[in-house]
Design a protein around this ligand. Structure first.
Ligand SMILES: Cc1ncc(COP(=O)(O)O)c(C=O)c1O
Ligand SMILES: [Zn+2]
Length: 399
């Protein structure tokens, strides 16, 4: 059921364009690809204006016109700080000067300490409205914690399926939120299979990455916030730690919507997918000029959120990198450990390893001349370091 005032018109397959009713529960297209929510943007633009935004609550629900219009299941997510990282920027050498306009969008300040809260507030809100009885998802860690928290806030049971070696903080938070935790000896891809195999018999509403349309909707608000925080402009470059790639897909969707609403022109930030050397399906495909990615064998990295060997949104991510003149590159675990310490000691940001990965990537792209000293560059720290005590112990031992 869709509220009468909802601007969501329909759901559309991201690959074949087939249309679906947004008023009932939908997951993947019959062709197997993700569905995206489409809005009446003319109607949205009539009230989604800077003057109106000023008086709205400082959560992502301030962008109500471009979100599902149901009573939000909210824990205060979004509107995270955009920190001007002056000292870190000054330490990055470009070919003609140092980086002056380097920013960190610190998603670690979201409820449950990661940007996964954004996707889950939207997905759980919609699932509850559609009458879901129990929610389930595979996770590399943070998405599970976020789902468990929002399910608790919605008064719904949740089942979280995770690799047995997921960081202990993620296991504890899920248990604390009252979710059922299933640990498997395998990767997130194996956990995804488990949910797919059990969901019908158990009556679970599948909230897996890109297998329902609204996690993207919540995450796209990162793009809207950048626009608002940069006073109606977008940065030149965005570096995003890419596992499933949902945040990257979602921000590009936000930019397309902004263009349709007349907020921006055809220009786009150059999107950079940062992956770990030990799990880099998108980077391998990018380097080989392929349109889709191969399953990455024996995936292993300390950045657990980047351990996604077979991302469902591979073709979308790759096409967005191409369309925005972006790029993709890897960093090693050793580099991540070092970069985490730099970000912490130079800027006071205690980052997740996934966020730290973007620091190395920016440094490499500045040195190669791909990033120019006068460009506005945003690094996404997608999670808090406080949930990664195992990784931080290693980082500090190697200091
Ligand atoms: C901290 C962190 N960063 C990045 C990612 C990757 O996110 P995405 O699926 O949007 O690429 C994850 C996913 O688990 C994560 O937990
Ligand atoms: Zn399709």
């Amino acid at each position: 059921m869709l509220s009468q005032t909802s601007n969501v018109v329909e759901l559309e397959c991201s690959a074949c364009g087939k249309k679906y009713d947004a008023g009932t529960e939908q997951h993947l297209c019959t062709c197997g690809k993700p569905l995206l929510a489409r809005y009446d943007l003319r109607r949205a633009a009539a009230t989604l204006m800077v003057e109106n935004l000023k008086s709205r609550p400082r959560t992502l629900w301030r962008y109500a016109e471009v979100l599902p219009n149901d009573p939000p299941v909210s824990l205060g997510e979004g509107m995270t700080p955009l920190v001007h990282a002056k000292r870190l920027g000054a330490s990055m050498r470009c070919q003609s000067g140092n980086l002056e306009w380097l920013y960190v969008k610190d998603e670690g300040l979201n409820p449950t300490g990661s940007f996964k809260a954004r996707g889950m507030t939207a997905a759980v809100t919609r699932a509850k409205q559609l009458g879901a009885r129990a929610l389930a998802a595979p996770t590399a860690g943070n998405a599970g914690g976020a789902l468990a928290a929002y399910a608790a806030a919605a008064g719904l049971p949740a089942v979280i399926v995770m690799p047995a070696d997921t960081p202990s903080a993620n296991v504890m938070e899920c248990q604390a939120f009252g979710a059922k935790v299933v640990k498997l000896n395998g990767l997130i891809s194996d956990c995804g299979k488990y949910v797919a195999e059990h969901k019908d018999a158990e009556g679970w509403y599948d909230v897996s990455t890109l297998k329902e349309p609204y996690r993207v909707e919540g995450k796209k608000t990162m793009g809207y916030e950048l626009w608002e925080q940069f006073d109606g402009k977008l940065p030149d470059v965005i570096l995003y730690p890419t596992g499933g790639g949902v945040g990257l897909i979602a921000m590009c969707k936000a930019f397309d919507e902004m263009q349709e609403m007349g907020w921006i022109g055809a220009e786009r930030p150059r999107m950079v997918a940062v992956q770990a050397e030990g799990c880099a399906p998108i980077v391998r495909a990018w380097e080989a000029h392929q349109k889709s990615a191969q399953f990455f064998p024996n995936a292993a990295t300390i950045a657990s959120g980047l351990r996604v060997p077979g991302p469902l949104g591979d073709t979308l991510v790759l096409s967005m990198l191409r369309q925005t003149n972006g790029t993709a590159l890897t960093v090693t675990d050793e580099e991540i450990l070092h970069a985490g310490r730099e970000l912490a000691s130079l800027e006071g940001i205690f980052a997740a390893p996934e966020g730290a990965a973007t620091v190395i990537a920016a440094r490499k792209l500045a040195a190669s001349g791909w990033i120019k000293p006068d460009e506005k560059v945003v690094l996404f720290n997608t999670g808090t370091g406080y949930k990664y005590s195992e990784v931080w112990q290693r980082a500090l031992q190697s200091a």
